[in-house]
Design a protein. Structure first.
Length: 121
């Protein structure tokens, strides 16, 4: 049994390892939301930024409930791009509302995802 100083000597390294694992496994965060630009006939560009290396995921639909949505595995957000990523959406139907959702997935665990952020174009 560990008590007193002996207990602390073993507890601190375990706590540090646990903290490091939690930070390493933290889901990406999208603090700045998403931007849509360069909208032309049948095309739009989606931008966003994560807080760590991750992969941008984009989903869009003509329906607000995202039925029949199209999901795109977008580009990587890396330190070289300041964790920003952009995805071109092409062949969009003209004159229709497009609902867009974006999130980022951790590069080592695609179950670690940022919260999705969405817009209607």
């Amino acid at each position: 049994m560990f008590t007193g100083k002996k207990y602390l000597r073993y507890l601190l390294p375990v706590s540090a390892i646990s903290l490091a694992l939690n930070v390493a496994n933290a889901a990406p965060v999208m603090e700045q939301g998403i931007q849509i630009g360069d909208v032309t006939d049948g095309r739009a560009v989606i931008w966003s930024r994560a807080d760590q290396p991750s992969r941008m995921m984009v989903e869009y639909s003509l329906e607000s409930d995202f039925s029949n949505a199209i999901k795109i595995r977008g580009p990587y957000a890396t330190p070289e791009s300041d964790y920003t990523a952009k995805q071109d959406l092409i062949n969009l139907p003209e004159g229709k509302d497009i609902y867009v959702r974006v999130w980022f997935e951790d590069l080592t665990n695609d179950n670690n995802k940022s919260e999705a952020s969405g817009l209607k174009t």
